[in-house]
Design a binder for this molecule. Structure first.
Ligand SMILES: CC[C@@H](C(=O)O)C(=O)SCCNC(=O)CCNC(=O)[C@H](O)C(C)(C)COP(=O)(O)OP(=O)(O)OC[C@H]1O[C@@H](n2cnc3c(N)ncnc32)[C@H](O)[C@@H]1OP(=O)(O)O
Length: 256
């Protein structure tokens, strides 16, 4: 299957790799990318031989700078915004409940929804000297894909709360100290992902599935789904706010 905004590769070692592939837009998530992510995750889920799924970004500037503010925006009311945001909640849920471990290989900065995608993965390997932020608070909204709810499950809740409220970009070192990034990596390491993930790939498929099932139980993934839905509804409501409209206008007109 071929995709326009992502690539998908499968390695004999049991590694599969999804690359967000809009480098000229810093891999921002368009509606097309959302549909393709949904499709590729269904495809990958059916593959019997996978031990580990990686999601990364193309280029060296960004993993992903969140939802494409131009493509997703428009002048939407809360109901319309919900319809636009919800498909990415489903993508995040598919990622979080994927049957084998998932790793976000953060090749550059992540903002907004980019941090949400990374949080939906089980592990985050982040490049040195980058920055990461749940910046939605600066846009008059809150996370809208369920990644905020997941953040509370992945790091200490008081750190999650602070990061969401401050809406600031934190350094690679800081996110590693907080436990969000599991490992800091050099750019050269991106060139050989099988080497980077050798500690995963030398295990059996069955081991990976057992560990992932245990982790899903610990996270109570089924119970988390409605909490993620609630987050989408709350963000959709804020989408109508003047603060959000002004912030998006500022972004669109930043060069004039
Ligand atoms: C909608 C869901 C919500 C969620 O649920 O979480 C979100 O994700 S909200 C979105 C959060 N993201 C942002 O607010 C980031 C917006 N982008 C920026 O602030 C800046 O682009 C940048 C990331 C700080 C980089 O600035 P700079 O170095 O000056 O580069 P450019 O601004 O020229 O960007 C290069 C290129 O990429 C396009 N771009 C980057 N991010 C986005 C985005 N989120 N949406 C749409 N387009 C994006 C940018 O427009 C440039 O393209 P051209 O205009 O074609 O040159």
């Amino acid at each position: 299957m071929s995709y326009e905004t992502i690539t998908y590769e499968n390695f004999p070692s049991g590694l599969a790799k999804i690359t967000l592939n809009r480098p000229d837009k810093m891999n921002a998530v368009s509606k097309q990318m959302t549909a393709e992510l949904s499709e590729v995750l269904k495809q990958a889920r059916d593959e019997e031989e996978l031990k580990c799924l990686v999601i990364t970004g193309s280029g060296d500037r960004a993993f992903c700078t969140g939802g494409d503010l131009q493509d997703l925006h428009g002048d939407l009311n809360a109901g319309e915004a919900f319809q636009v945001l919800y498909p990415m909640k489903e993508v995040l849920y598919q990622l979080a409940s994927f049957p084998v471990p998932t790793v976000a290989v953060l090749n550059g900065q992540a903002r907004g929804g980019g941090c949400e995608i990374a949080t939906a993965c089980d592990f985050r390997f982040a490049i040195q000297n980058a920055s990461f932020g749940f910046v939605q608070g600066e846009l008059g909204i809150t996370p809208g894909w369920g990644g905020g709810a997941l953040l509370y499950e992945k790091i200490r809740p008081e750190f999650a709360f602070q990061w969401l409220v401050e809406a600031e970009m934190y350094s690679s070192e800081r996110v590693a100290e907080m436990g969000w990034a599991h490992r800091l990596i050099e750019r050269e390491e991106l060139e050989n992902l099988e080497q980077l993930l050798s500690g995963f790939l030398d295990k059996s498929i069955e081991q990976m599935k057992v560990w992932k099932r245990q982790y899903d139980k610990k996270l109570s993934m089924i119970a988390l789904s409605p909490v993620m839905d609630e987050e989408v509804r709350a963000c959709a409501k804020l989408w109508e706010s003047e603060e959000h409209k002004e912030a998006v206008n500022r972004f669109m007109n930043r060069r004039s």
